[in-house]
Structure formats: structure tokens, C-alpha cells
Design a protein around this ligand. Structure first.
Ligand SMILES: C[S@@+](CC[C@H](N)C(=O)[O-])C[C@H]1O[C@@H](n2cnc3c(N)ncnc32)[C@H](O)[C@@H]1O
Length: 213
């Protein structure tokens, strides 16, 4: 779906400035390893940068590092005294991200997010929590994000259209009912939660954005 682009997507992408050299290097590695496209696209990157700057975000928690492409997008908008804690369970992805994104403002943590998240509590509150890991665990990540944020903080979830899956009103019969339920719950819970003001930006993949009141 992503970057395959209908005309709107292509037009928006054409407006976004060229990649920085670090982002280009990460993109090259992702392509080389056959992993390009799992990462965010430039439309989501530009939205994340906009949010970081507009909300004067300083402390970010990212769930799902992969090669650090989204980390780098956010980093480029972050002030000198900002910081990003990013979580990744795949040791190869974690190592690759560490070698590609070399910036003292970023802390890379290795492990399953659900196990690592409790260890991050001491660094809370975060100004922005970006959720982009195991889709089935999104409701659980949301519960942690709620604990780790304060008034004015943002929670952003990528892929919240579940590759089109959430558009169905009934669970799919192909064994993905749990995944469908998780993403439907994530979106519904965030919109229903009176602590948040929420929107779902209809990017190609769906980007849910909420601000804590
Ligand atoms: C969609 S990719 C992240 C892409 C990255 N945010 C970007 O746009 O550049 C999802 C990543 O989450 C990791 N992941 C999946 N399940 C996880 C879990 N339970 N805990 C931590 N990381 C997980 C995967 O290994 C993968 O690297």
C-alpha cells in the first residue's frame, strides 16, 4: 500500500524535501536487505517532524526501531537537548540501527517491548510516544503510552488501517481475527478515551494521532 502510491500520495511525496544523507544511507540499507517499505514513508516522516516541532517535543519514546529510519526522521526535528528512547526486539535490526543512527540523543533498547517498557518508566513522562511494532500488541502499547504521558503529550500509531483490514466490520475468517480486533480496539479506545483528543490521518497506511488533554 505504502509508497506504491495513488496520485495524491505521489503528489504529497513530491513536495517533501530530499532525504538527508543519513536517511538516504538507512534507506539504501533497507533496500539492500529487502526490508524497504516496512518502515514509515516520507509522508509519515514529514508529519512526525511537523508534530515534533509544532508541539516542541523533547522526549520521545519509539516502539519499533527497525533500522532507525523513523528515529532519524524525528531526530532531525528534535532540539539539541532532546532525546529518543527506541525499542526493538530483533537483535539484527537493533544492531543495524545503532550503527546507522549515531547520535548521543538516541538510546537503543533491545528486547520485546512488553518486557522492556516497564524499565522505561523512570524516564517518563514522554512528550511523544510513537507506536510502530507488533500490530497485535497495539492496545497494550497504548496502555503503556497512557501511563508514560502527561497533559499535552502526543501518542502516534502507524499502520492503523491495518493494510486495509480495519475497514471490515466483521472479523476476517483467515486467522487474522485477533489482529483485526487489536487494531480496531486501538483506534476505538483512543478515540473513546476522554483524556485524549484524537484524529486518524488517512495516510496510505493510517496514522492515528492523539493528544493528551
Ligand atoms: C514496522 S517496523 C518499524 C519501522 C520503523 N519504525 C521505521 O519506520 O523506520 C516494526 C519493528 O518492530 C519490531 N518489533 C516487532 N515486534 C516487537 C516487539 N514485540 N517488541 C519490540 N519490537 C518489535 C520489528 O522487529 C520491526 O523491526
Amino acid at each position: 500500500m505504502r509508497e506504491a502510491g495513488d496520485q495524491i500520495q505521489k503528489y504529497v511525496e513530491s513536495l517533501i524535501p530530499q532525504k538527508s544523507s543519513v536517511r538516504q544511507k538507512i534507506a539504501d540499507e533497507l533496500v539492500k536487505d529487502g526490508k524497504w517499505g516496512i518502515n514509515i514513508g516520507s509522508v509519515e516522516g514529514a508529519i512526525l517532524q511537523f508534530l515534533v516541532r509544532a508541539f516542541k517535543v523533547k522526549k520521545i519514546l519509539e516502539i519499533g526501531t527497525q533500522y532507525g529510519y523513523s528515529t532519524q526522521w524525528m531526530l532531525e526535528a528534535l532540539p539539541a537537548d532532546g532525546s529518543i528512547v527506541t525499542l526493538e526486539k530483533d537483535p539484527a535490526h537493533h544492531a543495524k540501527a545503532r550503527s546507522l543512527v549515531q547520535d548521543a540523543r538516541v538510546e537503543f533498547l533491545l528486547g520485546d517491548a512488553v518486557e522492556v517498557l516497564p524499565t522505561v518508566a523512570a524516564r517518563a513522562p514522554f512528550d511523544l510516544v510513537f507506536i510502530d511494532a507488533n500490530k497485535k500488541a497495539y492496545p497494550e502499547y497504548l496502555s503503556w503510552a497512557e501511563k508514560f504521558t502527561k497533559s499535552g503529550s502526543l501518542i502516534v500509531g502507524d499502520n492503523t488501517f491495518l493494510f486495509g483490514g480495519v475497514l471490515q466490520d466483521t472479523p476476517p475468517a483467515d486467522g487474522n481475527a485477533g489482529l483485526w480486533r487489536a487494531m480496531r480496539d486501538f483506534n476505538k479506545n483512543i478515540f473513546d478515551n476522554s483524556q485524549f483528543v484524537s484524529c486518524l490521518i488517512p495516510t496510505a497506511e493510517g496514522l492515528t494521532v492523539a493528544m493528551r488533554k
